[in-house]
Design a protein around this ligand. Structure first.
Ligand code: IMP
Ligand code: MG
Length: 179
């Protein structure tokens, strides 16, 4: 099937499945004596979070937060806060689940917001990591896959809100954003 928006497939469905299995098993082991609250960052984390939690064999709760920092393929450098948690995070072991760690601005902002609310711990699980583009000093405890500094779409990742529903991760054709 020809897809003109796609330069290439980077991570296929089978690899995604393996990544979620591996991370889920690791999280299950690390959080067995903890009070896990999984916090998904809307909207990009949704497909990953859905697959990941099915591989976490523990009693846990999930909640969502929403911030916005991106427009098109470039970071705007500013983060705005749109939706807060419903569950009180005080005393909880928070695992932030994100689609991609890029400049790090979004997650360092969110991590600080959560730390200020006295949780027992805050860790990060990101499906993708683009370490080359980091602007602040932040690392994720759980990483699905590190990728080069290319703009990717699919499996939750969007370009102007499109392509989140792809079942794989692909590199967006430069044709799309130079048009
Ligand atoms: P950061 O604040 O620069 O780390 O950006 C994190 C957010 O930017 C992610 O949650 C994504 O929404 C978006 N983002 C960063 N890189 C990409 C990409 O390659 N494709 C799609 N979205 C991206
Ligand atoms: Mg986005």
């Amino acid at each position: 099937m020809e897809k003109d928006f796609l330069e290439k497939v980077l991570i296929d469905e089978e690899e995604i499945k393996q990544i979620c299995k591996r991370l889920g098993a690791q999280i299950t082991e690390d959080y067995k004596d903890k009070n896990l609250l999984v916090v998904g960052i809307l909207k990009g984390s949704v497909p990953f979070l859905a697959d990941l939690i099915k591989n976490i064999d523990l009693q846990c709760q999930i909640d969502f937060m929403s911030v916005s920092s991106y427009s098109g393929t470039q970071t705007t450098g500013s983060v705005s806060f749109k939706k807060d948690l419903d569950i009180n995070p005080e005393g909880r072991d928070i695992l932030i689940v994100e689609d991609i760690l890029d400049s790090g601005l979004t997650l360092s902002y969110l991590k600080n917001v959560l730390i200020a609310r006295n949780p027992a711990s805050v860790k990060i699980c990101t499906f993708l990591d683009k370490p080359e583009n980091r602007k602040v000093d932040i690392t994720a405890e759980y990483i699905g896959k590190s990728i080069p500094n290319e703009f990717v779409i699919g499996y939750g990742l969007d370009y102007n809100e499109n392509y989140r529903n792809l079942s794989y991760v692909g590199v967006l054709s430069p044709k799309i954003y130079s048009e």
